[in-house]
Design a protein around this ligand. Structure first.
Ligand code: AMP
Length: 395
C-alpha cells in the first residue's frame, strides 16, 4: 500500500497554518501559512522541497484561501489525499480523544464556543470550508484539551462554588495536549521505557507555555486552566496572577474587563516584564548585553517554570524524566540550565556539553551523572494530528 497523505490544518481568526504529512516521510512535502485573511493584504506562503513562494490573495477569507491551497496540496500528494486533520482548541468535557467530524461532533464543537470564543469559531470556519471543498474526504478533529481529560477531579477543579462547575463548566481543561502526548510518548521510546509504565514531567515552552505530568501515557495535571492564560510566564501572557488584580486595576485605574484581559493576554509575560520583546531569542541576546528588563524576564520565566514543574511532581509516584520541548525548550540551553538550577532539591543537574548540543531539532539526554533523566524532544503536533487522523481512518 502506498504511504498515505493527510493535510493538517490549524485555523486562527485570520490565518491558516497547514502541512501535508506523508506517513512514510519525516519532512512535510508541502507546508505553509495563509495570513491576514479578510484584509486586502491577505497572503499565502508555501514552502516545499522546490522552494518558497508567496501568493497575494486580497480579501480572501478562509474558504477562498483553502481553495487556493488545496490544488497545490493535491499536486504535492501526487493526486492522492486520504484525509484532513483539523486542530481544534477546545473540546470541553465532550471530547477526550480525536474524532471523525460529522454533524454530531461539529455540534459538540459549537457547544464549546463559549469556552473558547476566539479559537473555536476560527477552527470551525476552517472545517466548514474544507468540508465544502472536499465533501467526500474524511475529516478529523484533534483537540488541544482532549489529552487532559484524564486529569483527576482534585487536579481539574477550582475552589469556587460548585454550581459554577456543574452549570457553567468552570474548571481546568489544559491545552497543548497534542504536544504533551507526542513528546511524552517519544521520550519513553528514547529512554527505552514502556509508555504504559512511565512517568514524565513535560515543559512545552513556545510562545505559549505549559507544564504537564504524564503518567502511563495519560495527563494527570497541567498548568493551563479554563483558558490558556493560567500557569507559566509566556511570550505575552502573564500566567498566574492574584485574581484580585482585576478588582485592584478597576478600582485604582478605572480599567474595564476588556482592557485587563487584553493586558494579561497581549502585553504581559516576557514582553511585559522585559519592556523589550516577547521573543526569547531577542531576550537572550539583550541579556548578554546587560539589558535589565531582559535579565528580569529571563529569571522570572525560569523560576516560575521550575516552581510549576516541582508542583507537577505531586502527580507522580516515580520519575522517568523531565522533557523540554517547544521553540524555547528545544533551543535554549540557558533556559534549561537555569530552570534545572532551581530544581537542585529534586536532584536535577544539566551536563553543560550535552545541553549545548541539543538545539535546532537535535534530540537527546542532557542530564549530568547522578541527575534524573532530562530530555530535549522536538515536538511535532502536525504529525501527531496526522497519526490520529490515520488511526481513525483505519478504525
Ligand atoms: P514556538 O511557539 O514553539 O515556535 O516557540 C517560539 C519561541 O521559541 C520564541 O520565544 C522564540 O524566541 C523561541 N526560540 C526559538 N529559537 C530559540 C533559540 N535558539 N533560543 C532561544 N529561544 C528560541
Amino acid at each position: 500500500m502506498p504511504s498515505r497523505n493527510i493535510l493538517v490544518i490549524n485555523c486562527g481568526s485570520s490565518s491558516i497554518k497547514f502541512a501535508l504529512v506523508n506517513e512514510g516521510q519525516s519532512s512535510f512535502p508541502l507546508q505553509g501559512l495563509a495570513e491576514r485573511l479578510g484584509s486586502p493584504e491577505a497572503v499565502i506562503h508555501f514552502e516545499s522541497t522546490a522552494g518558497k513562494e508567496s501568493v497575494n490573495v486580497p480579501d480572501a477569507d478562509h474558504q477562498a484561501a483553502l481553495a487556493q491551497i488545496l490544488p497545490r496540496v493535491e499536486e504535492a500528494a501526487g493526486g492522492h489525499l486520504d484525509g484532513i486533520g483539523h486542530r481544534v482548541v477546545h473540546g470541553g468535557e465532550k471530547f477526550f480523544a480525536s474524532t471523525l467530524l460529522n454533524e454530531e461532533t461539529l455540534a459538540g464543537i459549537e457547544a464549546n464556543i463559549q469556552l473558547a470564543p476566539l479559537h473555536n469559531p476560527a477552527n470551525l470556519s476552517g472545517i466548514h470550508a474544507a468540508m465544502n471543498l472536499f465533501p467526500r474526504l474524511p475529516q478529523v478533529g484533534v483537540f488541544d484539551t482532549a489529552f487532559h481529560q484524564t486529569m483527576p477531579e482534585h487536579a481539574y477543579r477550582y475552589a469556587v462554588p460548585d454550581i459554577l462547575y456543574k452549570e457553567h463548566g468552570v474548571r481546568r481543561y489544559g491545552f497543548h495536549g497534542t504536544s504533551h502526548r507526542f513528546v511524552s510518548k517519544r521520550a519513553a521510546e528514547m529512554a527505552g521505557v514502556p509508555v504504559e509504565n512511565s512517568s514524565w514531567l513535560v515543559a512545552h515552552l513556545g510562545n505559549g507555555c505549559s507544564t504537564c505530568a504524564v503518567v502511563n501515557g495519560e495527563s494527570r495535571d497541567t498548568s493551563m486552566g479554563l483558558t490558556p492564560l493560567e500557569g507559566l510566564v509566556m511570550g505575552t501572557r502573564s500566567g498566574d496572577i492574584d485574581p484580585s488584580l482585576h478588582n485592584f486595576l478597576h478600582n485604582t485605574l478605572g480599567w474595564d474587563l476588556a482592557k485587563i484581559d487584553n493586558m494579561l493576554n497581549k502585553e504581559s509575560g516576557l514582553k511585559g516584564l522585559s519592556g523589550l520583546s516577547n521573543d526569547m531569542r531577542t531576550l537572550t541576546e539583550a541579556r548578554k548585553q546587560g539589558h535589565e528588563g531582559a535579565m528580569l524576564a529571563f529569571e522570572v520565566f525560569c523560576y516560575r517554570l521550575a516552581k510549576s514543574l516541582a508542583g507537577m511532581a505531586c502527580a507522580l509516584d516515580k520519575l522517568d524524566g523531565l522533557v523540554f520541548t517547544g521553540g524555547i525548550g528545544e533551543n535554549s540551553a540557558v533556559v534549561r540550565a537555569r530552570t534545572l538550577d532551581h530544581l537542585k532539591l529534586l536532584g536535577f543537574k544539566a551536563d553543560d556539553e550535552a545541553n549545548a548540543r541539543c538545539t535546532r531539532g537535535v534530540a537527546g539526554e542532557i542530564q549530568a551523572v547522578g541527575s534524573p533523566r532530562v530530555l530535549v524532544v522536538p515536538t511535532n503536533e502536525e504529525r501527531q494530528i496526522a497519526l490520529d487522523a490515520l488511526a481513525l481512518l483505519d478504525a
